[in-house]
Design a protein around this ligand. Structure first.
Ligand SMILES: [Zn+2]
Ligand SMILES: [Zn+2]
Length: 607
């Protein structure tokens, strides 16, 4: 170690240490989980399920990523309060071993009340619920943490700042308290006698994670369970635990896991007629509902015997894909956590956003919301966008063409036949060509524009299949008016007549595409058509951003906004595009999913 090469302030070394210690702990966590899994197999009990473990670890990863931002807020407020009102800020005292132990006990007491609020006040439960959603109980459950806890949780630790515990010592004991709680999340360690009555242990923390009536809202302690015995919330383990939450998550989506309870509270608050109830929803115990809301939208009473395990089937290939993807993803998360302090906040945010998309995609494969190739397209799109936004052009040159190439593979693998298939493939190939032309050095703007013009014409023809031209007049007028306004705004900056003609043609075509998609959605009135219409409108938005950035004023983080909207549009259209397969009779029919018949008739059609 080179001493004195760089000097860091205590605050800086604290954030550095916190994120990096977690990274260093990852191999330890993984090894202990492996040991737990091995022991469970040896004893012939099933404590792990693949999808559940991936979901829990994803939530741990997301929590660490969000911590890169929210911890700054929490530590910042703590430090500010410490500077102003610390009663006994004696660094020398707090740095002794007994000072640290005292701080740890103090922290554990504050944690007890935060954790208790997390179970007894709805808005705190909305954050904490993430830790409890797993229906399994194993070491991966320990890493299942909220991403929104630090937003309000800091309030409970302010007494420590007032007492004068220095921020650095606070950070250290916070980490000790967190890391201690890892080992107690296991079913394989049974009762430990006196230990169970003094410290938080596997037995009494199992009780905490159970939804059985007798176990509800018990055993909040982090390191010491003595707090529960002192404040009357202790319960011994004497009945088999049923794990999870009463409002089961039933999803592998890590974003929804974080939003679930907030969304329910917002819905109840919105529905309540009384203004006081609208507010009460957030501060009453979880499960409390305004009388009028509970009457109009009743929920069945909870019955522990009716609890069903969420376990959607998973194919072997999906398992291999998610497993491999997750190892790579975890490596990416570790790399970002390790180097976050050396990167700017914008760069950290951009990479976090890409990793978040990948976490979501893997969860979507686990619950069959996305196929493997569609997930690959999304991952590639996220990497193409972030690499451009942070200026890693080599990576961008790889992922940009790759994304649309994957889209073509996705569409071809999906099967189907006839003009719908080939128009979609042509649109994607033209987009791929446009992507490459706009990416290459030199002024290839006009050829790139021409490629996308072709792509939009193919999309219009695709959306015209089995539909009239522009079924909704208002949509047509609105889309053309929007395009026209945009054109008028940048007309004088367009320069020569050639460019004016090219851009005008382009604006008319993209407006017609949006009009056709919206019109089609108004006729079909189904989910797929609506998503395609949304995709077409987002496409128009993306092109508008390109135009503003190029001809009116350069946008900050332009490539982020342009590419993310562009890929969102392409993904929505590709996933929900109409598929019409020819049947032997010569007429066409819509196919929502490719079937054996579709593929067979497709081959027949080609022959
Ligand atoms: Zn809890
Ligand atoms: Zn726990």
């Amino acid at each position: 170690m080179r001493r004195g090469a760089t000097r860091r302030s205590p605050d800086e070394s604290l954030t550095l240490t916190a994120s990096q210690i977690i990274v260093l702990a990852i191999p330890v966590f993984l090894l202990m989980m492996l040991a737990e899994y091995g022991l469970s197999r040896y004893r012939g009990v099933q404590v792990y399920r693949f999808s559940d473990a991936i979901n829990s670890l994803s939530l741990g990863g997301l929590s660490q990523l969000s911590g890169l931002f929210t911890k700054l807020l929490a530590i910042g407020i703590y430090s500010a309060v410490y500077k102003v009102v610390a009663l006994y800020p004696d660094q020398a005292f707090w740095s002794t071993w007994y000072g640290v132990v005292l701080a740890l006990v103090f922290y554990d007491l504050c944690y007890y009340w935060l954790h208790r609020a997390g179970h007894e006040v709805a808005v705190f439960w909305a954050a904490h619920v993430v830790h409890h959603q797993s229906q399994q109980y194993n070491l991966s459950t320990a890493l299942r943490q909220t991403s929104s806890g630090a937003l309000l949780g800091w309030v409970f630790y302010l007494p420590m700042a007032v007492a004068g515990v220095p921020p650095l010592i606070f950070g250290i004991v916070a980490l000790i308290d967190l890391l201690y709680q890892f080992w107690v999340h296991t079913e394989l360690v049974r009762k430990l006698g006196w230990f169970d009555r003094v410290f938080c242990s596997p037995s009494n923390h199992r009780v905490h994670h159970a939804v059985n009536d007798r176990y509800l809202d018990k055993n909040y302690g982090g390191i010491l369970i003595l707090w529960d015995r002192l404040f009357g919330s202790f319960r011994e383990e004497d009945e088999k635990c049923v794990y999870g939450t009463r409002g089961a998550l039933r999803s592998w989506d890590p974003l929804w896991a974080n939003a679930q309870v907030y969304a329910q509270l917002a819905q109840d608050s919105w529905r309540a007629r009384n203004w006081l109830d609208k507010l009460r929803v957030w501060f009453k115990p979880p499960g409390w509902r305004p009388v009028d809301v509970a009457q109009r939208w009743p929920k069945p009473a909870f019955d522990v015997n009716q609890v069903q395990r969420y376990d959607p089937p998973l194919t072997r290939s999906a398992m291999v894909f998610v497993g491999t993807g997750f190892v790579l993803l975890l490596t990416g998360v570790a790399a970002l956590l390790w180097s976050a302090h050396t990167l700017g906040a914008a760069t950290v945010a951009l990479w976090s956003a890409a990793l978040l998309v990948i976490f979501w995609s893997l969860g979507a494969v686990l619950q069959s919301r996305l196929g493997i190739v569609a997930a690959l397209m999304l991952v590639s799109a996220a990497l193409a966008t972030t690499s451009a936004a942070v200026g890693l052009l080599q990576l961008h040159y790889l992922f940009k063409p790759l994304t649309m190439a994957i889209a073509v593979v996705l569409v071809l693998r999906r099967g189907g036949a006839g003009p719908s298939l080939w128009l979609l493939v042509a649109a994607l190939l033209a987009s791929l060509a446009g992507d490459v032309l706009l990416m290459l050095p030199g002024n290839l703007f006009i050829p790139g524009l021409a490629a996308f013009l072709l792509a939009h014409l193919c999309y219009i023809a695709l959306l015209r299949q089995q539909q009239a031209w522009f079924p909704s007049r208002p949509a047509l007028v609105l889309a053309l008016a929007t395009g026209g306004a945009m054109l008028a705004l940048m007309w004088t900056t367009l320069g020569d007549a050639g460019l004016k003609l090219a851009v005008s043609t382009y604006v008319v075509v993209i407006s017609l595409m949006a009009a056709q998609a919206i019109g089609r959605a108004t006729v079909l009135r189904d989910r797929a058509a609506t998503w395609v219409a949304v995709g077409a409108c987002v496409f128009m938005l993306s092109d508008t951003l390109i135009a503003i950035n190029r001809f009116l004023l350069p946008l900050p983080l332009a490539s982020l906004w342009i590419l993310s909207t562009y890929y969102l549009a392409q993904v929505l259209i590709v996933l929900h595009a109409p598929r019409h397969a020819e049947v032997p009779g010569g007429t066409e029919r819509a196919a929502s999913l490719p079937t054996q018949t579709d593929i067979a008739s497709g081959h027949a059609g080609q022959a």
